[in-house]
Design a protein around this ligand. Structure first.
Ligand code: GLN
Length: 455
């Protein structure tokens, strides 16, 4: 695999690969296996993986896709990283992403864009673009990503792999470089729902080092992904499942090829026994302004730690402390990160707080309530992940237009609900299209089960 990774360097999936570390971990896995130590705790023994460069790691640099952290080496591993290592996984390296996970194309990486293996002139999506490319190009069987407003689901959809964002609080955020703390969640990306279940099993669970980590029992995701529910049969594994289609997810603005592919996948789910019902998420459009107030607000606060004093980039020349801060931050951050810091600082400032931030918080609650109303009539919600297939690299220069493309992933993020993207087929230009399924809180198994049935 290391040779395969090297051969596909031009895809820009990896920011760091360390053969020595990988081979040492693989050697340890071999030893465990030889001594018969493989047990339930070692469910991923010897499985090669790689992490989005948002997770801090002791054995590799941790850059968050930013020049700000170009030389940063963490003294500790993120909880998700150490849990996957404890399960026996072998880490090959760190994966490319948009700077501080801000973006949906990987073009905001301070290092280089990542390329979609289905057409290397196109984006793989983002911000977990490297994570998606590594799986889609078969460089590793599984990777980690993070999803604040769609960054696991959207690149999974655009590259034809499976990715799940769990319920907020399911996976520890300890050691995940913070973007918007009330939204950030880790999630696995792999070829199938079942592979995702294996990773999620190892990644999940309460962690006292993350104050928002939930004390929620972790089910047997793998068993629940594959076991038939009462009343279901091998021919109709989804019998009894009600899938809600929000009418706001099927309106104009979705490319015909995407819509057609999603509808075909829904017909397939129906054949598998599911019933389709129409539901409504009336504030879907509002999720864009709400998210693009809340996420930058939290980002502006989280990113204030990069001051050039304790760690991160420090400017070479400055006259006084104020200038040192200014120069270090001007040099270290890229344009999208600066844009978000400015938006965030503005909406939080005295005099504007009530008009923007407070208003956004109230709407966020209403968006979450809309989901609960919809879940009265259905078990899962389905729709597209993104309105179009992957666009050409460099073809979008308007940041607001780019924000609008997040419309179908933001609602679940704001509500803290779990969502999965499973490959549904191909749309415009023969590019992959994912089907999004959204579940109620802690219902990851239901998403994985339906995704598995479809695959
Ligand atoms: N595209 C969204 C943004 O730019 C989502 C990013 C993410 O989920 N990390 O904020």
């Amino acid at each position: 695999l290391l040779a395969r990774v090297a051969a596909h360097e031009s895809l820009g999936a990896f920011l760091a690969v360390d053969e020595e570390v990988a081979l040492a971990q693989a050697g340890a896995a071999d030893l465990w296996r030889a001594r018969g130590i493989q047990g339930a705790g070692h469910r991923l023994l010897g499985v090669p993986i790689a992490h989005k460069d948002i997770f801090v790691t002791r054995d590799f640099p941790s850059t968050a896709g930013s020049k700000m952290l170009a030389d940063y080496h963490s003294p500790f591993d993120a909880t998700v990283v150490s849990r996957l290592a404890a399960a026996g996984a072998v880490t090959l390296g760190k994966l490319n992403c948009d700077e501080f996970a801000m973006g949906g194309s990987n073009e905001n990486s301070a290092y280089r864009p990542a390329r979609n293996p289905w057409d290397v002139t196109r984006i793989p999506g983002g911000s977990s673009g490297g994570s998606a490319v590594a799986v889609a190009a078969r460089l590793v069987p599984a990777t980690t990503g993070t999803d604040t407003g769609g960054s696991v689901r959207q690149p999974a959809s655009l590259t034809g792999v499976t990715g799940i964002k769990p319920t907020y609080g399911r996976c520890s955020r300890y050691g995940m470089i913070a973007f918007a703390s009330s939204l950030d969640q880790a999630g696995p990306m792999a070829r199938s729902a079942l592979d995702c279940a294996h990773l999620l099993q190892a990644m999940s669970g309460f962690d006292p080092r993350d104050a928002t980590s939930a004390e929620q029992p972790v089910p047997d995701f793998v068993a629940e992904t594959t076991t038939l529910r009462p009343g279901a049969s091998a021919e109709r594994p989804l019998a009894g499942l009600r899938i809600g289609l929000p009418k706001e997810f099927f309106g104009e603005g979705v490319a015909p090829g995407v819509l057609g592919t999603v509808r075909a996948a829904l017909a397939e789910l129906e054949k598998l026994g599911a019933t389709l019902v129409e539901v409504s998420l009336p504030r879907t459009e509002l999720s864009i302004p709400v998210y693009y107030i809340i996420a930058p607000a939290e980002a502006s606060s989280n990113l204030s730690r990069y001051d050039g004093v304790r760690y991160g980039h420090r400017a070479k020349s400055y006259k006084d402390l104020g200038e040192m801060y200014r120069a270090s931050r001007s040099e270290g951050f890229g344009p999208e990160v600066k844009r978000r810091i400015m938006i965030g600082t503005y909406v939080l400032s005295h005099g504007y707080y009530d008009a923007y931030y407070l208003q956004a918080q109230k709407l966020r609650r209403m968006i979450a309530d809309d989901f609960q109303a919809a879940f009265k009539d259905c078990d899962l919600i389905a729709g597209p992940v993104a309105p179009t297939v992957a666009r050409p690299i460099g073809s979008q220069t308007d940041p607001v237009a780019e924000y609008l493309a997040d419309i179908f992933t933001l609602p679940a993020s704001l509500a803290g609900l779990p969502g999965i993207s499973v490959p549904a087929g191909f749309g415009e230009h023969g590019m992959p299209v994912g089907l999004q399924l959204i579940g109620n809180y802690w219902q990851e198994s239901a998403l994985l089960h339906a995704g598995h049935a479809l695959q």
